[in-house]
Design a protein. Structure first.
Length: 262
């Protein structure tokens, strides 16, 4: 998105701790390496429908001349929506015993977004390799569209995974100190609700602060191509709901009795 590209070239940063606004960092450095991008992305979980061996459920894209196209799998950003999709599949009746057994084994598996991105990059050159269809959380998409409309944008659909960041009175984007290491970070939220939590914290210092909308494709492009030192401070913040869902998955898996050995 243009707004995120503009952020990476013309805006400074505002701090949530009432320090003076940080000026634009103009010292050129190398853009983030692929390994660094993957590491940043892996802080965020996404969810696949897999069998009990971790192999993703796939379908085929329509090909040319009636031929089957490349396989693709859905990547859910919201674990509960992945769960709902899986349960709908389980309700489907089939006379094929192999298909019925396969559906019965389906489960939701959490993986790092960076691992999906890495595989996506590896498969990009092969038209017949596995493709990934991202399914952003529906509430986040609705929230992104609503915010964009409030800001005067004419938009009816959102074709990427939305991200939410806090801007402060034209001074840049809000940074905060991370509790674990006291490092200054610039949080980009996958959850509008989580972003609004930070917005409420900074409103006293910056009454005109607001949530702005970006997207994951624009963020990745900036991380890979821009030579700005402060990009090292960008942190993708996983939705609190996703982390709660992963805890629920772990409790559920640990409560299941071990399968008998064959």
């Amino acid at each position: 998105m243009k707004s995120f590209v503009r952020w990476g070239t013309t805006l400074g940063l505002a701090t949530a701790t009432l320090l003076a606004p940080v000026s634009i960092i103009s010292t050129p450095v190398l853009a983030l390496s692929e390994a660094e991008v993957i590491k940043k992305l892996n802080d965020t979980p996404c969810f696949l429908i897999t069998n009990n061996r971790g192999l993703p459920l796939t379908r085929r894209l329509p090909g040319k001349d009636g031929k089957k196209g490349a396989p693709f799998t859905q990547v859910f950003m919201n674990g509960r929506e992945a769960q709902a999709f899986m349960e709908q599949l389980r309700k489907q009746k089939t006379q094929d015993p192999k298909m019925a057994a396969m559906i019965k084994e389906l489960r939701v598996t959490a993986v790092g977004l960076g691992d999906i991105y890495k595989k996506f990059r590896e498969n990009a050159k092969d038209p017949n390799s596995l493709k990934f269809a991202f399914q952003p959380g529906q509430e986040e998409v609705k929230g992104a569209i609503a915010l964009l409309k409030q800001q005067g944008r004419k938009v009816e659909k959102f074709f990427s995974v939305p991200l939410f960041m806090i801007s402060a009175e034209g001074k840049g984007y809000v940074s905060v100190k991370r509790k674990s290491d006291n490092k200054e970070i610039i949080p980009l939220y996958f959850s509008k609700k989580d972003a609004q939590g930070l917005l409420q914290r900074v409103k006293k210092q910056y009454p005109k602060a607001k949530v702005e909308v970006g997207d994951i494709d624009g963020v990745i492009a900036v991380l890979r191509k821009k030579n700005d030192k402060w990009l090292n401070n960008v942190v993708l913040v996983a939705p609190s709901d996703s982390l709660q869902y992963i805890n629920q998955l772990q409790r559920s898996n640990s409560a299941q009795p071990p399968k008998p050995k064959r």
